[in-house]
Design a protein around this ligand. Structure first.
Ligand code: FA5
Length: 366
């Protein structure tokens, strides 16, 4: 009120500016701003380069030195005050908008006692990766495979040595291994792949004289892999093993082709690329066209247009020898596919980490 007696004014190009009136109008607009976006707009209007205050500031040079000092001080005060009001209003609006977003996203996870329910309960369901594992088992059982399982903690022998990777074999570097603090250092580990279950099955078949083998082995695997769009440190594989008389690479390729059509439906483009695994010879990598970008290249496929789903090959004679199977009589193929990867591609999910975030909105889509 006191200041009204000496209303400051400054001449811009066109007319005189009543600084107090500008400040009052700006304060009213700020207080009435209905949203953060509207407030950003108001901020530009009252403090931006084209604002009345900015113009008044630019016109200071036309005033005599004493008036320039006085009006300059008042412009500075008004600007500081408006900045504070803007910050306060921005906080208020952000808090209110956060409450609205939280209310919209709210998930009622409280326990419901069935007696009190007046509407049908919505059912939960299995995790999408568990669903994928079940579907894969069904596909392979339909093709004549049995389902087997093995331990998640393994000895060095099953995970590496019996698979033709003696200590210090360079291929061990492909698997960044998590060792358990049990027994001698680096003798017990969390399996890095499901291939050790092959060894258990072959040993058992030799013990029970029950060859041939046609089995798939799903389960968790562990590697010190840095999580990214295609990698998790804990993931799932489904291993396949066929040991019989006269098995050829053609049987392997045919099995993978039938499996691909059964799991993805017809029309999926896949390929086998030459690869190296110590436990198979020859070896191949199984890839499909990235379903996220349809082969164009994207973050999920590291811009290659292809996603590797697994490895495969003909069982190496050294592996047969390690478990006591005569490779002159028996031959076989093996494969190991990433279940999480398969689910990722089948459901066209761009990032494998979505499976672990436990966001009910994501999970309820399956
Ligand atoms: C193996 O693990 C071999 N044991 C596969 C095999 C079995 C080859 C039998 C020959 C015969 P590889 O490291 O490439 O190979 O892994 C196989 C698949 O597991 C990958 O193609 C991928 O689909 C999945 N996988 C591997 N590491 C990860 C990870 N960190 N996160 C998610 N999936 C993974």
């Amino acid at each position: 009120m006191e200041r009204e007696a000496e209303i400051p004014s400054v001449a811009t190009d066109k007319d005189e500016v009543d600084i107090d009136a500008v400040a009052r109008d700006a304060a009213a607009s700020i207080a009435a701003a209905p949203s953060s976006d509207a407030l950003t707009h108001i901020e530009t209007e009252v403090l931006g380069k084209r604002s009345v205050l900015a113009k008044a500031h630019r016109a200071l040079g036309k005033l005599d030195p004493e008036s320039r000092r006085e009006v300059g001080r008042q412009l500075h005060e008004v600007r500081t005050s408006l900045e504070q009001q803007l910050a306060a209003r921005r906080n208020e609006l952000a808090a209110a908008e956060r409450m609205i977003a939280l209310a919209a996203d709210r998930l009622d996870l409280t326990e419901v006692i069935p007696d009190q329910v007046r509407f049908p309960l919505s059912r939960g369901h299995l995790h999408p990766v568990t669903q994928a594992r079940d579907e894969l088992e069904d596909v392979f059982v339909g093709m004549g495979f049995e389902v087997a399982e093995g331990p998640e903690a393994e000895s060095d022998w099953y995970n590496f040595e019996a698979l033709n990777m003696p200590p210090a074999h360079p291929a061990r570097g492909m698997y960044d291994t998590m060792y358990l603090d049990i027994g001698q250092p680096e003798t017990v580990l969390l399996r890095t792949h499901t291939s050790p279950v092959q060894i258990h099955l072959m040993e058992e078949a030799v013990r029970n004289d029950s060859l041939p083998i046609h089995a798939v082995m799903p389960g968790k695997c562990f590697r010190l892999d840095t999580p990214d769009a295609r990698h998790l440190p804990v993931f799932n594989q489904i291993e396949g093993l066929v040991v019989d008389r006269g098995i050829t690479f053609g049987d392997l390729a045919g099995t993978i082709q039938v499996f691909t059509e059964a799991y993805f439906g017809p029309g999926m483009q896949s390929r086998l690329r030459p690869a190296y695994f110590p436990f198979t010879e020859p070896s191949a990598e199984f890839e499909i066209t990235c379903t996220i970008c349809r082969g164009e290249g994207c973050r999920t496929c590291s811009h290659t247009g292809w996603v590797e789903l697994g490895g495969c090959g003909m069982v190496d004679p050294a592996v047969f020898t390690a478990v006591g199977i005569d490779f002159q009589v028996w031959s076989g193929f093996a494969f190991g596919f990433g279940i999480d990867r398969l689910a990722l591609m089948r459901h066209e999910i761009p990032d494998i980490r979505s499976f672990l975030e436990n966001d009910i909105r994501f999970l309820s889509e399956f």
